[in-house]
Design a protein around this ligand. Structure first.
Ligand SMILES: [Fe+2]
Length: 383
């Protein structure tokens, strides 16, 4: 018979202390750039950066609480006329260009480099472990981008940096050096009540066509994006002036970056309590924590649009990820993760109407929310 396990009691004085390691934090520290933590960031465009020469200029890490450490963001500014040092790694990188213009070269085999141009609003993914180098196309203006990466998960999982940063493996199933890889037209798919665009490059997320997604409310439309056959995914959502989307919850790591519009979001724990409030404008990033309900309110006179860069895609599923379309637009009373308008706390709408009044804007939720004193939605009368 096996002996029961012995639990050491007070001999800690005679033993070496067992050390816990955090390989992501250690690597991050050695990069020597500022680390910004907190609940949300008001404006990525003006975030303070430090020197990050390898990236071609300056940068900062962003570790927001709602990520639950599954992913992170790096904000990078490439100096005018500058370029980054070529690099490759086993973590994924989704890149959104905040300002400026330039180009990126991507390759496994230097004889088959693919180079594409980008500008403010472009979105792309670096194929996994491919070499890449960014170039600022302007001689007078810096270019700034934010990339959401799976570095925290990958560095902690393998905890051998040489394996993560010097790995020769070629993921040819994701990228085989095709000359039209970043220029070919994407393919549009249907998935439940949403559309999915499989593509490797989006020229401008501000103007890409979206498709109605009525179940989430707010007169909203959306598109899911799957780039470079990544495990991480993205989506873009828009909702109407004078409206708000229904509250819902999901897993951690969705970096919601405001593209256009002004408003605020409320976020609260599933067990209730006072909600956190984040006021937003273009450049704000909010990451709803795992399982927290959150609700986005448009107090402006124009549609509000945001880009979400997520830990999990819809093709390659991740257990800790947001599950877009599976519960996120289904009533909590039916086992889903969404609170319908008629079930929400009446103060939610009251506060919204008073915020609109401050902006001289009119509420357009009549017929959707019982207590609404405003007008019906502008698209009322459609199907
Ligand atoms: Fe969400």
């Amino acid at each position: 018979m096996a002996a029961p396990a012995q639990v050491a009691g007070d001999d800690s004085g005679t033993l070496e202390t067992f050390e816990s390691l955090d390989h992501y934090r250690d690597w991050q520290e050695r990069e020597g750039v500022p680390v910004v933590r907190g609940f949300y960031i008001e404006d990525l465009n003006t975030l303070e950066l430090g020197s990050w020469e390898r990236k071609g200029g300056r940068g900062a890490f962003v570790n927001l609480e709602g990520t639950g450490n599954v992913n992170d963001a790096h904000v990078v500014e490439i100096r005018a006329g500058g370029e980054s040092v070529p690099e490759h790694h086993l973590y994924e990188s989704l890149v959104y260009v905040l300002s400026g213009r330039g180009s990126t070269s991507v390759w496994y085999d230097p004889a088959h480099k693919q180079t594409f141009e980008w500008g403010k609003g472009s979105l792309f993914a670096i194929p996994l472990n491919a070499w890449y180098q960014h170039f600022n196309g302007s001689g007078s203006e810096p270019a700034r981008y934010v990339t959401v990466t799976s570095a925290p998960t990958i560095l902690r999982l393998f905890h051998t940096e040489d394996f993560v940063f010097n790995n020769p493996y070629v993921f040819s199933d994701r990228f085989a050096g095709q000359s039209d890889y970043f220029s070919r037209e994407g393919k549009l798919y249907g998935r439940r009540r949403q559309r999915v665009l499989q593509t490797n490059f989006v020229p401008d997320v501000h103007t890409i066509q979206l498709y109605s997604w009525k179940q989430r409310g707010g007169g909203g439309s959306n598109i899911l994006l799957e780039l470079a056959d990544n495990s991480m995914g993205a989506h873009i959502s828009q909702f109407a002036a004078g409206m708000y989307k229904k509250a819902h919850k999901h897993g951690p790591g969705a970096h919601v970056i405001i593209l256009d519009g002004v408003g605020y979001s409320l976020l609260w724990r599933p067990q209730g309590g006072e909600p956190m409030r984040c006021d937003w404008k273009p450049g704000t990033v909010i990451v709803p924590p795992d399982g927290w309900f959150h609700e986005h309110f448009n107090t402006g006179s124009q549609p509000a649009r945001y880009l979400a860069l997520r830990y999990g895609g819809v093709r390659h599923r991740q257990p800790m990820a947001i599950s877009i379309g599976e519960g996120s637009d289904v009533n909590v009373k039916e086992g889903g993760w969404q609170i319908e308008y008629e079930d929400e706390d009446p103060s939610v709408h009251r506060i919204f109407e008073s915020e609109l009044a401050k902006h001289n804007a009119v509420c357009r939720m009549k017929g959707l929310v019982p207590s609404c004193t405003g007008l019906p939605p502008e698209d009322a009368g459609e199907d």
